[in-house]
Design a binder for this molecule. Structure first.
Ligand SMILES: [Zn+2]
Length: 79
């Protein structure tokens, strides 16, 4: 497997750093060279996939509760 190298100093060690870009209201994860700090990649700090999964579970619970409420209303309407 090839060794990843920094495009600026040819260092081979990298680290992750969280930062908020100036004037922003969000965080980024920066992958940077451990030697010179050159940024080689950035990612959103919020894990959008995990957030969507949490919303999916929440929607499932809401649908289940709504279904029970609809059932109870039908029972009441048919008395
Ligand atoms: Zn470097």
């Amino acid at each position: 497997m090839a060794t990843s190298t920094c495009p600026k100093c040819e260092g081979t060690s990298f680290e992750v750093k969280q930062t908020a870009p100036s004037g922003s209201n969000f965080y980024l994860w920066l992958v940077q060279c451990s030697s010179c700090g050159a940024v080689v990649s950035s990612h959103e700090a919020d894990n959008i996939g995990a957030l969507l999964e949490a919303h999916k579970k929440s929607l499932g619970k809401i649908e289940e509760r709504l279904s029970r409420i609809e059932h109870a209303l039908n029972v009441l309407a048919n008395r």
